[in-house]
Write a new protein. Sequence first.
Length: 410
Amino acid sequence: MALSTAERATSALAALSDPRPVVRLQNRARRIFARAEAMSAAWHTMTLGERLVACSGRPSGFDYLRITLAICVVIIHTGTTGYGIEGNNFFWETALRGISKMVVPMFFALSGFLVAGSLERSNTLTMFVGLRIIRIFPALTVEVLLSALILGPIFTNLTLWNYFSDPLFFKYLLNVTGHVSFYLPGVFTSNLEKTVNSQLWTVPFELYCYLTLSGLIVIGLRKRGSLVLFGVVGMAVFSVAYAVYKRGDEWYLLSKAIPGLSLVSTFLAGVALHLYRDKVRWSAEYGLASAIICYAGFQFVPGVDFFVFVPLAYLTVWMGLLNPPRNFFIEGADYSYGVYLYSFPIQQMVASFGSFYRQWFISLPISLTITTVFAAFSWHLIEKPFLSQKKILRKLEFRLHANTREKQPA
């Protein structure tokens, strides 16, 4: 039987006066706030190691951070390739310097933290070194060959005979060994920036990082984790001493440059944070303090590059241990290395078409689009297939272990 209007009104008033829905709502709110407080308390007491476990060992923050840093490198180089010295000064002589100087060192801190995890999963030095080789050199080799054999002949102002017979051509090929050369004969000579691939300058220092870590492994890093602290301090002291030797009293005047050896210190600081992950807190307050210290130091304090590696590494790891949902772009792929390798020659190629294409709002989207295509090519056809060959390294590792056991006296 249908209720009258008066009966429906009376029923509604009775429902409003019934305290049970209000009580249920209050209890639900209390549970939500209690859960939020518990999560906040856990975040404040969690160590780096506990946070890593909570993310199942694969926090998405590192994936997002890698690609973000790679894109930042592209943005910074937009100034160099499009506007020359003035564009370079925009990033290195303004309030952006504090941010610009953090980008490449954060790459190294991130690498140190993740490589330390790889080290723990490797039973032998052979396995560790092998993993580093297949991660770096295949993609680097392909990029160098494409630049020298395809990009160079297209954009050189020399005849092909003169191009391929020029000593600069052969010198450029040595980039695959870590012996860096930035120029190809007759290529980009009309650009504001003349180099073909400026960011290759970091390759030797990346190799130094792995050599230093391998040396620490040989002298007992696995048994005495404190050796990495010795390595961090020792490398920092050596970096300053080398800068003084090279530059004298002006060793600290590096407003537009990043001391290469300081990157090794930052890498080792990342390694140290992984080794001591169960003793170091994962704290938003520490992360914010580290960000402020790094920005203010890079922005206002000459020579701070040599001393800010610990807060810089902490900031990097703290951000990496955030775990936002993965999107399609980073799910199952890591384009950051390809973006880093291919972006500069592509930006130079775009800039070579004239002043219109050097404007940042033209060059940046065009360069990023083409770079993303090459980064995808590099990942899916070069990097990922080589990384899938880890089983070959494991077989080699097993044989070395077996031979070692056979040679040991009974």
